[in-house]
Design a protein around this ligand. Structure first.
Ligand code: SF4
Length: 142
């Protein structure tokens, strides 16, 4: 059973509307999920949020990158590491990074962990935990 994630100390700063980064040791780690409509996208989204609340990084708005909001693109460029979690081989989140020309990212796909993409199916905590473990491995290795 996974321990309940601790609250990120910087979340209160973010809740006040001031954008802030969380760190992994000395590094600024930003977390992105494709957050689409399928179960695998829900898994990616929930994993990114749980990682944020566990203090492993700061979830950042993929839509802002997709919209080309310069300050948000620059924040991604300035990060030490952007973890990009896509649900499936369509690679929507990674393609947004590619379009924005942001290269300091590590991407993986939920379907690569053996989880089938389905519509109209809620994800399970076990699936979310699998993605959290994979993301933590990516953070360690990057
Ligand atoms: S990567 Fe796959 S699951 Fe995620 S938004 Fe794109 S099509 Fe949907």
């Amino acid at each position: 059973m996974r321990a309940r994630p601790r609250r990120c100390p910087l979340v209160s700063v973010m809740e006040e509307g001031k954008m802030s980064d969380c760190c992994d040791g000395e590094r600024t780690v930003l977390l992105y999920a494709c957050s689409g409509g399928a179960n695998v996208a829900e898994i990616a989204d929930r994993a990114a949020r749980e990682l944020m609340f566990a203090g492993r990084g700061s979830m950042f708005c993929l839509a802002g990158l997709g919209a080309g909001i310069e300050g948000m693109v620059q924040t991604a460029r300035d990060a030490d590491l952007n973890i990009v979690i896509d649900g499936c081989p369509m690679d929507c989140a990674k393609r947004i990074f590619d379009k924005a020309g942001v290269t300091n990212c590590t991407q993986f796909k939920v379907t690569d962990l053996g989880i089938e993409k389905q519509k109209g199916v809620r994800c399970t905590q076990e699936q979310v935990d699998m993605v959290i473990d994979r993301a933590e491995e990516a953070i360690r290795q990057a």
